[in-house]
Ligand binder design. Structure first.
Ligand SMILES: Cc1cc2nc3c(=O)[nH]c(=O)nc-3n(C[C@H](O)[C@H](O)[C@H](O)COP(=O)(O)OP(=O)(O)OC[C@H]3O[C@@H](n4cnc5c(N)ncnc54)[C@H](O)[C@@H]3O)c2cc1C
Length: 387
């Protein structure tokens, strides 16, 4: 398919496509049916160095930019896979890179780059506070050379397939801080150790094959050297990483959007009803064309976000808008793809229903569409704050 992105980063695209071709539709379909983790696929991506794209070369990564990293994520989804199994590795380490001490970076990053350790998890969301993150109730109280963590998280992904998690907890009670965004801190949590000493993991069965969990903390002790950056500044550190995360998710949605466009175009050319290909009917052609146009338009915003990020420029507006447009476009493309596959769209064998479920997630997580609209309304257009 000839797309806006076709001629950019072709060497990376070819290499990732080569790797992905070893994991065809049947592989992803079986993993989905078994509700399993795509271990072999994630291992192959790690061994090839793709998940260490954003780690600087001095720490064993390839030191690439967000544009290249986004191409890797896009190609995984475009090939029929789901980067949701491993995208945490791409952006979680950015928090460590930007705010960790030299000693922490030297300790963690080379091991993450080599694949010895996975840093796939980030624990922010809580059941009783939802999107209102500054109200989280999980606490980390300093006792001697340790922090003692108590509380609960929900929807924390890839915990069972990661070695480390970045955890957000309140270190100063809300009534004692001048601003509600202060008094929150982030920590590196050794997940296997934590499971033995104060953290309980309860998997959440869900609509997609996305390993996600409830976490319960009861006097979990974290060594003080696992605090990242300054105590009390964790909320700001998490926010710092969100623009890269949103842009990468946008790229995944773009990958999905092209996958849906490609599949439905082929199907509509081949499927004969009333003695002609269904794609000859304009009632079928137009929605397919419309969905494709929207994916291409969203893609332009994704490139703009990457360009600004890689130039070190502010890009909150573009990252949010790219995520919004891409999630919406991939969902429209998913609908069209399902609709014009007719009954076959519902057959697992065609992979459409699986990708349809997977791409739907991105209008809710990692940030919901309404919260992006709220950001644009208030921070870009200057409308009054609503919360
Ligand atoms: C599969 C999956 C994986 C996830 N992985 C992780 C993870 O690894 N780590 C993590 O920390 N979190 C994770 N999450 C959580 C995810 O980030 C949240 O679900 C998401 O941010 C929405 O929060 P919530 O579910 O609490 O919704 P709520 O905050 O309860 O909101 C519910 C709905 O109401 C809307 N809403 C709420 N307040 C307003 C308002 N003021 N104005 C307009 N609309 C509003 C929201 O947009 C949303 O649609 C995951 C979620 C899912 C489903």
């Amino acid at each position: 398919m000839n797309t806006i992105a076709s001629d950019r980063y072709q060497d990376i695209r070819d290499a990732v496509r080569d790797l992905c071709s070893e994991f065809p539709d049947e592989y992803h379909r079986q993993i989905d049916a078994q509700r399993a983790y795509p271990e072999a696929f994630v291992d192959a991506l790690t061994r090839a160095g793709w998940l260490a794209a954003l780690i600087p070369q001095e720490y064993g990564g390839s030191g690439l930019g967000l544009a290249e990293a986004s191409v890797i994520m896009e190609e995984i989804n475009r090939a029929g896979g789901n980067a949701g199994a491993c995208h945490g590795q791409m952006y979680n380490m950015g928090t460590l890179l930007r705010h960790g001490s030299e000693a922490q970076k030297a300790h963690y990053l080379p091991r993450i780059a080599s694949g010895e350790w996975r840093l796939q998890s980030m624990g922010v969301t809580e059941p009783t506070t939802g999107t209102d993150t500054t109200k989280i109730k999980t606490t980390a109280v300093k006792r001697g050379d340790r922090y003692v963590v108590n509380g609960q998280k929900v929807w924390i992904s890839r915990v069972q397939h990661s070695d480390w998690m970045i955890l957000l907890a309140r270190t100063t009670p809300l009534p004692e801080v001048a601003k509600k965004s202060e008094g929150l801190s982030i920590f590196m949590v050794d997940l296997r150790q934590a499971e033995k000493s104060g953290m309980t993991v309860r998997p959440i069965a869900n609509m997609v094959n996305h390993e996600t969990n409830e976490l319960f903390f009861e006097n979990l002790e974290i060594p003080e050297e696992n605090l990242i950056g300054q105590e009390g500044q964790g909320f700001r550190y998490i926010l710092d990483g969100l623009n890269a995360e949103r842009t990468l998710i946008a790229a995944e949605c773009i990958g999905d959007g092209y996958w849906f466009s490609d599949r439905i175009t082929r199907y509509a050319r081949d499927r004969q009803v009333f003695g002609r290909p269904i794609g000859q009917n304009q009632g079928v052609q137009f929605p397919i064309a419309e969905a494709f146009i929207e994916v291409e338009a969203a893609n332009l915003m994704r490139w703009r976000a990457c360009e600004l990020f890689d130039a070190g420029q502010p890009m909150g507006k573009e990252a949010n808008m790219a995520k919004y447009l891409a999630a919406k476009a991939s969902w429209e493309a998913a609908n069209v793809c399902l609709q014009y596959h007719g009954g076959f769209g519902f057959a697992c064998e065609y992979n459409v229903e699986r990708k349809f479920r997977e791409t739907r997630l991105y209008q809710v997580a990692p940030i919901s569409t309404n919260l992006i609209l709220s950001y644009v309304a208030e921070h870009v257009l200057g409308l009054p704050r609503s919360f």
